[in-house]
Design a protein. Structure first.
Length: 292
């Protein structure tokens, strides 16, 4: 007998791997912020009503453990959202769950206006670094006017470090794609690489930093421009940094630039050989005509 098809409403929506990753980051931020080592203690602190006693023993749900391992993503239930409750108990933790990186790494379609909104929501230090100050008459414009983003400003962004600098760098990479600006994307990607050491040492991000970088590299691969009309997308070297002994951002960037330099030199050499071959063919053709 054929199985009766289940109703769509009976199935729990599939978790997106990126949602699971940021749930794990959020839970770690909550646990560290509260100084509580286990999901059970976190649940008892934030949602004590979910902890009951049966036969003289405490009975807890497995929900907060599921958050810890990314098996479940917190959602609004009965007008209560765990992320909001955790934010009340430990300020600043909701940022890890609602980070703009989540939408970018999910591959969601975003607009220039959305990117501007996220840049303007960054801490004041980063907004001052990246956005031109606007007068009150211009404050209602939908587009943020960015400071000229050059190598110096990219290094300043990386020097701020941490989650917010990482978010700014990835947002600028996306802005470079949305506005068709390869140079902005390149500089923003260099800032992203220079930000990585500070992210690896941030307590909340440290244990999942390499996983986060792998997701970013997958969505924002390195662009290798062989010539103006030919671009390749290649795997980042971040994944192999430890094995290759490339511990500093400068070494990583130098290593990444090496294939581009080699290909550029090879292209120049090939073009020179083609030109020389054409010249020789022309000379032989003129000699043949003269002999005839």
């Amino acid at each position: 007998m054929a199985k009766k098809p289940s109703k769509p409403g009976n199935r729990r929506p599939r978790r997106h791997p990126i949602d699971a990753l940021f749930t794990r980051l959020w839970f770690r931020a909550v646990a560290l912020g509260l100084g509580l080592p286990t999901p059970g203690k976190v649940e008892r602190h934030i949602q004590p009503g979910r902890v009951t006693r049966k036969n003289g023993r405490q009975v807890r749900s497995s929900r907060w453990y599921s958050y810890k391992v990314g098996r479940r993503v917190p959602t609004l239930r009965n007008g209560v959202h765990p992320v909001d409750l955790a934010e009340q108990a430990c300020r600043g933790t909701a940022r890890y769950f609602h980070s703009p990186l989540k939408r970018l790494l999910r591959g969601d379609t975003v607009s220039r206006a959305w990117i501007d909104e996220q840049l303007l929501a960054l801490p004041a230090q980063l907004v001052e670094l990246l956005v031109l100050p606007l007068s009150e008459a211009c404050s209602s414009l939908p587009v943020a006017f960015l400071q000229p983003f050059d190598d110096q400003r990219a290094r300043q962004l990386a020097s701020v470090g941490g989650l917010h600098a990482l978010e700014a760098a990835v947002l600028l990479m996306k802005l470079g794609e949305v506005t068709a600006s390869p140079e902005l994307r390149r500089l923003a990607r260099e800032a992203y690489i220079r930000t990585q050491p500070s992210v690896r040492t941030e307590p909340v991000l440290s244990t999942m930093a390499d996983e986060l970088f792998a997701c970013i590299d997958d969505v924002f691969p390195r662009w290798l421009h062989l010539r103006q009309d030919l671009r390749l997308e290649v795997m980042s070297l971040n994944f192999f940094c430890k094995e290759a002994g490339l511990l500093t951002p400068d070494e990583v960037l130098a290593e990444e630039n090496l294939p581009h330099t080699i290909l550029k030199l090879a292209r120049i050499a090939v073009e020179q050989r083609v030109l020389e071959a054409c010249l020789r063919a022309g000379q032989q053709d003129r000699k043949s005509r003269a002999a005839a």
